[in-house]
Design a protein around this ligand. Structure first.
Ligand SMILES: Cc1ncc(COP(=O)(O)O)c(C=O)c1O
Length: 504
């Protein structure tokens, strides 16, 4: 009981009835982009399978309070983890009777954690290397840069060809040195959805005695089904000699709720340096295979239920729907003068760029959003042009016929509006400012000018209903596009920092 007489501070406010809080959450959720309905082409993976959400949420609730910290206390979680690792291994060329019968793995919270752990295992397998390095195609996911940053491992990026969007194997081989502990490839890359030459890259890594990680976080749960459907998917899994580890995210194309990825190693010896153990304190001996120590059983149980329920037939059917949706969307893009596919789709990404200076992709993205299609703009990078990324999931299939006409209308509107003209002072800022010269005042002024800023509702201690971002983002994207990567990073860190303010 809080003694009101004593005028204690009330940091949380009085308790709020359950239905009020739920109404608050639902109200806030209305600010979000639609997670279902096949019109959001990033962040969410929706199979549109009736009843699947309910099943996953029920399984989640069953295990939400179970703690993955100690598998002996909660064997249910261990059993579900082992089942998920077994399923992923079998799907990716491992398990009994395969070329990789001794595959082991761990369930992590997501792709980034899986990649950080793959780098950690590779680094810690070589304590004699004082300054370890990893070789990554420039198209590899940013999580490798994060891993390198967190683990103090140097990153050796290898450029990708503007035509094939892949690295040259000879360049990978040349980048491998005596301090290299890991070579990376993607199956496929997130940005463009192309599969790297895994067999060739794994061969040069093996020849140098270096581990090779295949980042199949995005495609590991689709490529095998697409192959079964007849697509010419190149070898990318444990069937390839020299592949030592593979990551695959269940919260992507396994269609599980967020918070689950699997990191597989070809054998237990390769996995061993991934563990952290500490007994030199008075409490319990901590033995963690992954980064988190306490972790909820919810995501694991939800993933288990999802994978078991969908099964081979379910995933095959969803992959067929996705493949057809990809083909339909790619056709729609091909049908527009002034747009060009960055690559012929070979997985579940459609990515296109503009070939017409009067057709500004960032304006097009806004125009598509006005028509209810949420695509992901990608900034220009090295000699790659800016592009629009579409992560395609099964739920898009019934929407495809609506996309073509809306794309044409959005293109016409973007042409009519013309390209974003960055005011001279903003262009000068983007091209000349060094990250170190960014002051808080400058950032605040810039953010206000661009319409970025968080709103809060002080009285109710609930976030305000107003969204913090402007409706149209073309100006922001044009500014970022004009800036070099180091300034993009700083600007976005500052902008996000402005959004992340406590609610008073
Ligand atoms: C190829 C690839 N690797 C890694 C990741 C990182 O995954 P997460 O966002 O789950 O950390 C992604 C996410 O899109 C990805 O596409």
């Amino acid at each position: 009981m809080i003694d009101e007489e004593r005028d204690e501070p009330a940091p949380l406010g009085p308790g709020v009835p359950a239905e009020t809080v739920l109404a608050e959450v639902r109200g806030l959720r209305e600010l979000d982009r639609p997670t279902h309905g096949g019109r959001l082409f990033a962040y969410v993976y929706d199979p549109a399978v009736p009843g699947l959400d309910e099943l996953a949420v029920a399984a989640y609730a069953e295990s939400a309070h179970v703690n993955g910290l100690d598998p002996t206390a909660f064997p249910s979680l261990l059993a579900m983890e082992n089942a998920l690792v077994g399923a992923a291994a079998r799907l990716l060329g491992g398990g009994p009777g395969s070329a990789a019968p001794d595959v082991v793995g761990s369930v992590t919270s997501g792709g980034t954690e899986s990649l950080i752990l793959a780098v950690k295992a590779a680094r810690d397998a070589h304590p004699e290397i004082a300054a370890p390095r990893i070789v990554v195609p420039a198209s590899a996911h940013a999580a490798f840069a994060k891993a390198a940053h967190y683990l103090r491992v140097a990153l050796d990026p290898v450029p990708v060809s503007a035509e094939t969007l892949r690295p040259a194997v000879a360049d990978i081989a040349a980048a491998i040195g005596p301090e290299t502990v890991l070579v990376v490839c993607s199956a496929p890359s997130y940005a463009h959805g192309v599969v790297d030459p895994v067999a060739e890259i794994a061969a040069v890594a093996a020849a140098a005695g270096v581990r090779c990680h295949v980042d199949a976080c995005f495609g590991g749960w689709t490529l095998p089904w697409l192959r079964r459907l007849g697509a010419p998917v190149p070898p990318f899994d444990f069937a390839v000699p020299g592949v030592t580890s593979i990551s695959v995210d269940l919260h992507k194309y396994a269609y599980a709720p967020k918070g689950v990825s699997v990191l597989l190693h070809r054998d237990a010896a390769l996995r061993a340096p991934q563990y952290f153990a500490f007994a030199d304190w008075p409490g319990y001996t901590m033995i963690n295979p992954v980064i988190a120590s306490t972790r909820s059983g919810g995501p694991i149980a939800a993933a288990y239920a999802t994978v078991r329920h969908l099964g081979d037939d379910g995933y095959l059917r969803l992959a067929a729907l996705t493949r057809d949706a990809v083909a339909g969307l790619a056709d729609a893009v091909r049908g527009v003068d002034g747009l060009r596919l960055m690559a012929e789709p070979e997985s579940t990404v459609v990515c296109f760029t503009s070939t017409d200076p009067e057709l500004d992709l960032f304006v097009l993205v806004d125009e598509l959003a006005e028509r209810g299609w949420h695509t992901q703009p990608q900034l220009s990078y090295a000699d790659l042009p800016a592009s629009v990324h579409l992560t395609v999931t099964a739920s898009v299939a019934p929407r495809v016929a609506e996309f073509g006409p809306d794309l044409l209308a959005a293109v016409a509107a973007a042409r009519a509006a013309g390209p974003v003209r960055l005011p001279d002072e903003l262009r000068a800022l983007a091209t000349t400012l060094t990250p170190a010269a960014l002051t808080p005042d400058l950032v605040a002024g810039l953010a206000a000018g661009l319409g970025l800023g968080a709103g809060t509702d002080g009285e109710n201690r609930a976030p305000a209903a107003a969204g913090p971002l402007p409706e149209r983002m073309a100006l922001v994207n044009a500014l970022l596009d004009a800036a070099p990567p180091a300034l993009r990073e700083r600007l976005l860190v500052e902008f996000v920092g402005l959004l992340q303010r406590p609610t008073w």
